[in-house]
Design a protein around this ligand. Structure first.
Ligand code: ACO
Length: 349
């Protein structure tokens, strides 16, 4: 058995900066409200018609692969986590593969939203541990900006999210004390609709007790996306913010303690904590609960907003580039999000 280690890491955020003041021009919100509740000052939006989720992922992947000292041809498996894929299907993994000329190897798409990167890390880790693959490319990428409601109706969700991508290359190491020490994955589908993007979909209101989704009244055929959904603008994300907040502040500390306990560590042993950048208030609450000083936590939601599956690799990469993640450091990753899903990982760098 091997351990898997992060041999290369990279991130990419689009050039276009969108401040809270830019959003005030299109919806009834304020810089004060957004900063006070979420910590966000600005976020990045990708260039429509030129960039997509997979193209953002490619840019991050190219950096990670170069830093691992290999080429795209050496990658033997792709794991791609996103909730904002280029197409309904196929997944963005094969689109990234096509752009990077890696045709033929397996490409797996992960649908676990904010926990997607850690779920993906867990999958990639198992493949490397068992010796099945030697260079696994794991990408988290999102282009939220083209799927948000930019009217006042959507303000509670829209102000939070931004675009970006992060990637790592995982390789085997024989040193059992190094690399990914453990991953811990959880979900509770009871809360599925509390943070969701329902359409297009096959549900037809089954779980919601309503038929208002406008599926054609014919024996066969129909569409995942109906005219009714579009006419009623039922094509945007929904979030019960307070419900999400309540669960996030409980599950984050729980899953971190689970990872520490599994490896015989305590919170004071963590050298760098990288929380999924959901909301600065959530991260600060978790930091306080763990008793970690500011120099042991990396937050960048102020600059990028919540980039869902991309937030952890972007933050991890920034921390590493700043020299805050060094050889032998104990790094803790944790996430909570739609599903609900939550997860953690401990890495000995
Ligand atoms: N600008 C101005 N006012 C707003 C905005 C906005 N962008 N959004 C909502 N409001 C208004 C509401 O309409 C409401 O007005 P009312 O009192 O007149 O009805 C008021 O602000 C309060 O709304 P709440 O939803 O109760 O606001 P809350 O204090 O809960 O803050 C927030 C909302 C920031 C979303 C909070 O609930 C939260 O942080 N929840 C966690 C959710 C989260 O982090 N999601 C991230 C994505 S999921 C993930 O990554 C885990």
């Amino acid at each position: 058995m091997f351990n898997s280690k992060i041999a290369g890491i990279g991130y990419y955020v689009p050039e276009k900066v969108v401040t809270n003041f830019d959003l005030i021009k299109v919806m009834d919100t304020s810089d004060e409200w957004i900063q006070e509740r979420t910590g966000i000052v600005e976020r990045r939006y990708a260039e429509k018609h030129k960039e997509s989720t997979s193209t953002l992922g490619v840019k991050a992947a190219e950096i990670a692969i170069a830093r691992a000292g290999i080429t795209a041809k050496d990658i033997d498996f792709i794991v791609f986590a996103t909730l904002s894929p280029d197409y309904y299907f196929p997944g963005s993994g094969v689109l990234l593969q096509r752009q990077m000329g890696m045709n033929g190897i397996g490409a797996l798409d992960i649908r676990n939203q904010c926990s997607g990167f850690i779920y993906g890390l867990s999958v990639a880790d198992q493949f490397v541990k068992t010796g099945m693959y030697k260079n696994v490319l794991l990408v988290g990428a999102e282009m939220h900006s083209c799927g948000l409601d930019f009217t006042t109706r959507g303000r509670n969700v829209t102000v939070i999210f931004g675009d970006g991508a992060g990637a790592v290359v995982l390789q085997p190491t024989e040193d059992q004390a190094k690399g990914v020490l453990s991953t811990h994955l959880h979900a509770d589908g009871e809360h599925a609709e509390r943070l969701s993007y329902l359409n297009p979909g096959s549900h037809g209101g089954v779980f919601l007790g309503t038929e208002k989704f406008g599926y054609p009244d014919q024996e066969f055929g129909g569409a995942f996306l109906t005219e009714h959904m579009i006419a009623t603008e039922d094509i945007y994300p929904n979030m019960d913010g307070q419900h999400v907040f309540k669960f996030a502040v409980t599950k984050f500390p729980e899953v971190i303690q689970e990872a520490l306990h599994a490896n015989g560590y305590q919170a004071k042993d963590i050298d760098m904590f990288i929380p999924h950048q959901a909301n600065l208030r959530i991260s600060q609450f978790v930091q306080q609960k763990l008793g970690l000083s500011d120099d042991k936590v990396w937050n960048n939601i102020q600059k990028y907003g919540n980039t869902t599956a991309a937030s952890i690799p972007i933050a991890l990469c920034e921390a590493w580039e700043a020299g805050k993640v060094k050889e032998n450091d104990l790094v803790c990753l944790a996430a909570f999000g739609s599903g609900f899903t939550w997860a953690s990982a401990l890495i000995r760098w």
